[in-house]
Design a protein around this ligand. Structure first.
Ligand code: PLP
Length: 453
């Protein structure tokens, strides 16, 4: 059977599956690459092409693909107890164990977890918990959320509105017009060249303060930010930024939500990046992806003791917390998370992520010598390469040039998967990666960019 036969996975997929973030008009012609097997750092498609996975699936396969220990743990739990009603007063051992582990390792007093099905739903839960908290405190107007331009917080309606990437909002109606507001991204590459890092940080903090004053501190409930902005371009904030934004929140009795969907579970060399890498303790921490390394969907929303104390008061006016997901604390997903964490611990993967992460950045700096590379930046095992038409002015290419997509295709020919986001190439390999594999990725990218220049 050839790839295009009606019975092939390629044809069935092309004819019947709606893919996320995909131009349906071109998809009808091109269809998808069908990945058939995956092992360690590699995936193989139905044409037998073996590719080094430079993006860990989608920022998530931290422990690498196809691990037998994961399959066994998942299968054992399915046979033991695959699902039972999580509402009210029943639970499972894995959900309880994972809750305990998270509370023991998360920053500060983040001792309580709400389970969801992924990052978007975990962010929705965070916003609903913020609202519930202020309602329980009798502050019914304190509900506005401040997010950032270029942030990515997910795809459910509320998470999509938290998201600040303009292009994702075309053709969608707003459902929370007055609820969610945006301030600038912390973008060191875009900052005016003659402005120091400190002055830029001052500017961002002042802008935040001004926005709160405009909206009214009594109306502002929370700020949400990724420790390192991922899909928005792997943007690392100026030194001290998160702590200072957190201090502004505290001054105005606002909650700080850290969206660690990408940055937790080893991607930046720590369980959680907010405290261990950037030295601040959020009031709410959201994660997903690396918590199970993508073996099974799971999201977690952690809240502080202080929030818990308020929402666990007798419910005079709030009623019960009415966000109820059938798959809350799914025992198989929680088992996968526990096994994933055990693998990271026994194999020292946080240390590997730190060690190989620094090597990754050193090795990738060589790409800045290329004519169309404007910037190479990132932190830990997150890296972005900006492709520009003019390095001096940082001017991008016309959209029609499809530079990012062309580099992506060349990299595939060179045996490596990278992720184009417009004219930016994003990398986030599994955290089991070795220095040799870093060299393979960097040289594939070097030759791809040289070819399209
Ligand atoms: N938050 C961040 C920072 C993300 O990068 C993503 C996904 O890439 C999400 C939230 C949404 O997660 P999910 O796709 O699991 O809903």
């Amino acid at each position: 059977m050839t790839k295009t036969d009606a019975n092939s996975a390629w044809a069935k997929d092309r004819n019947h599956v709606l893919h996320p973030y995909t131009d349906f008009s071109t998809f009808k012609e091109e269809g998808s690459q069908v990945i058939e097997t995956a092992k360690g750092m590699y995936v193989t498609d139905t044409d037998g092409r073996k590719l080094l996975d430079g993006i860990a699936g989608l920022w998530c396969v931290n422990i690498g693909h196809g691990r037998r220990e994961m399959a066994e743990a998942i299968s054992d739990q399915v046979l033991k107890m695959q699902y039972y009603n999580p509402f009210g007063h029943s639970t499972s051992e894995p959900a309880a164990e994972l809750g305990y582990w998270l509370a023991s390792h998360a920053p500060g007093s983040l001792n309580h977890v709400y389970y969801t099905t992924g990052g978007s739903t975990a962010n929705d839960a965070a916003i609903r918990l913020v609202h519930y908290y202020f309602t329980m405190r009798g502050q019914h107007r304190k509900k506005k959320i401040i997010s950032r331009n270029d942030a990515y917080h997910g795809s459910t309606y509320v998470a999509a509105e938290l998201t600040g990437i303009h292009a994702t909002k075309n053709s969608f109606d707003k459902v929370a017009e007055n609820l969610i507001h945006h301030v600038s991204a912390a973008n060191m590459y875009a900052k005016p060249q003659d402005m120091s890092e400190e002055a830029y940080c001052d500017f961002l903090v002042q802008e935040f303060e001004t926005r709160i004053q405009q909206l009214g501190p009594d109306n502002c409930a929370a700020f949400i930010a990724e420790p390192v902005m991922g899909a928005g371009g792997v943007l690392v904030a100026p030194k001290g930024y998160h702590r200072r934004m957190w201090e502004v929140c505290k001054r105005h009795d606002m909650l700080y939500i850290a969206d660690e969907v990408v940055t937790a579970f080893g991607r930046l060399g720590a369980w959680f990046a907010s405290e261990d890498v950037f030295d601040y303790q959020p009031d709410i921490l959201v994660s997903a992806k690396g918590v199970t390394s993508g073996y099974i969907p799971l999201g977690v929303t952690l809240i502080s003791d202080e929030i818990y104390d308020v929402i666990s008061r007798p419910q005079c006016e709030g009623g019960v917390f009415s966000m109820g997901l059938t798959y809350f604390g799914h025992p198989v997903a929680c088992t996968a998370a526990l096994k994933n964490i055990e693998i990271m611990e026994t194999e020292g993967l946080l240390a590997n992520s730190r060690d190989v992460g620094s090597y990754f950045h050193e090795a990738a700096q060589g790409l800045t010598d290329l004519d169309i590379v404007g910037d190479v930046r990132g932190h830990g095992l997150m890296l972005a390469v900006d492709l520009v038409a003019d390095k001096a002015t940082k001017e991008g290419f016309p959209v029609t040039s499809q530079m990012g997509a062309r580099v992506f295709k060349k990299c595939i020919e060179n045996g490596v998967v990278v992720r184009p986001v417009g004219d930016r190439i994003v990398l986030s390999p599994p955290i089991i990666i070795s220095k040799d594999e870093v060299n393979t990725i960097v040289s594939a990218l070097h030759s791809a960019i040289t070819d399209v220049s």
